[in-house]
Design a protein. Structure first.
Length: 419
């Protein structure tokens, strides 16, 4: 991968020149520094762990200058192609294959978090490096409420999305703010390039993943003034893990460990007018954690469940336990062992609906890091958002997209928790 320190990329839209720098829309007369002016809080966080063969210096070469001139980490493969060394974690799909990449360039990991440092310095929200995950698909067919409507409208879209979705630590048990970059362009003129800290559900708690609507209150979030958002974070807890133990002859239901992060996002003008609404869901299979108030850092490990024995000999049977422990022959496999299948590397993004109500424009808005208080001029901590000058609500008929990423797990190549 070419290391880009000056990602100024020309793009054309509707015959007019447009540039997108590091995933955020800007005009071609914007100034992008040829030399970075400093380092973001997200830069340089990763250091190699046991079994990781890449050096920190090799990892930090995968960096990009953000719109603010600071250096940010960005996507890299799990194996460095130049040296063959392994990083031990992955960031999802290589964005360079996306049809949107010519306009977005490399996505700076942690840019929205950095702007919160400026917007509200007393209440920062910094996230680890592992959790940044990219998924994309080209020419996605949108669906309406009938086959006839699908044929009538026949809309296809390119989707490129990045969410910080760490599923190895206790972070998401309490913290509902997670960085989202959402790039979306359709054949009907719909186009979005948005970055924000999306508030997923209620701060300080999550919803039990295997129990429907049971909310689990854990403790104060970081930052303490995190806003309450739409959607919810469905995460497994100890109740879900206990249900994996089954009698001999049965196979455990590994869907009990499924996480579903259901976002509800918007960019809202300062006068309260909603400019765009979009709500992709982010699904994770076989994460390396579940909530357990009796465990260290309230974080249970699914690989440990593989060694549990119930009062009547019940065990977690089949599937990932079987493969992770070599049918039980390997004892003491740790949560960060590459043999463990519980690495959070199998994910699906449900595109769902994207609505724009911005016919009167403008296309470029400046919002706070939460996508609120958008105005036409920048201010300290503002993020530049691009929203096409269009209304696509079609009389309240909202097309939706399918899930993307099925059958594309990112395990292997030395990948292991934390990831």
């Amino acid at each position: 991968m070419t290391i880009l320190m000056r990602p100024f990329v020309q793009a054309l839209r509707a015959g007019a020149p447009l540039a997108l720098v590091a995933g955020l829309a800007c005009r071609t007369d914007s100034i992008v520094p040829s030399q970075p002016k400093g380092f973001s809080a997200a830069y340089g966080l990763w250091t190699p762990g046991p079994g990781d063969t890449c050096t920190k210096e090799t990892h930090d070469r995968y960096s990009v200058a953000g719109p603010d001139g600071l250096v940010y980490p960005t996507w890299h493969p799990p194996v460095d192609p130049a040296t063959g060394c392994t990083f031990g974690h992955e960031h999802g799909r290589d964005p360079r294959g996306s049809d949107l990449y010519k306009g977005t360039g490399p996505i700076p990991f942690g840019y929205a978090n950095q702007q919160l440092d400026v917007y509200d310095p007393a209440n920062p929200r910094h996230e680890d490096h592992f959790g940044h995950k990219i998924e994309w698909a080209n020419d996605v067919q949108l669906h309406f409420n009938s086959d006839a409507a699908d044929q009538l409208f026949d809309i296809t879209c390119d989707v490129l999305v990045k969410l910080h979705q760490g599923t190895h630590s206790k972070d998401a048990f309490t913290n509902n703010l997670h960085e989202l970059a959402y790039h979306f362009r359709c054949s009907d003129g719909v186009e979005l390039h948005v970055a924000e800290l999306t508030a997923i559900g209620t701060p300080g708690q999550f919803t039990r993943g295997c129990g429907g609507d049971t909310d689990v209150v854990v403790g104060p979030p970081t930052p303490v003034n995190s806003p309450d958002g739409g959607g919810r974070r469905l995460i497994p807890d100890r109740t879900c893990a206990d249900r994996l133990l089954v009698p001999a002859g049965q196979t455990s239901d590994w869907g009990l460990l499924h996480e579903s992060w259901q976002t509800s996002n918007a960019v809202v003008a300062e006068n309260g007018r909603g400019l765009t609404f979009f709500g992709p869901y982010f699904q994770v299979f076989l994460p390396s954690r579940f909530y357990d108030p009796s465990a260290p850092n309230v974080t249970g490990r699914p690989i440990d469940v593989c060694y549990w024995v119930g009062p009547n000999g019940e065990r977690a049977r089949g599937g990932p336990c079987q493969t992770s422990t070599n049918n039980g022959a390997d004892t003491g496999v740790a949560f960060n062992d590459p043999r463990s299948a519980f690495d959070g590397a199998h994910r699906v993004v449900d595109v769902n609906s994207t609505v724009i109500r911005n016919r009167e424009g403008p296309e470029v808005w400046y919002s706070d890091p939460f996508g609120r208080h958008a105005r036409t001029t920048p201010f300290p901590g503002a993020i530049r958002q691009f929203i096409a000058r269009i209304d696509n609500d079609l009389n309240d008929i909202f097309p939706s997209g399918p899930g993307i990423g099925q059958g594309r797990p990112y395990s292997g190549q030395g990948v292991h928790a934390p990831n």
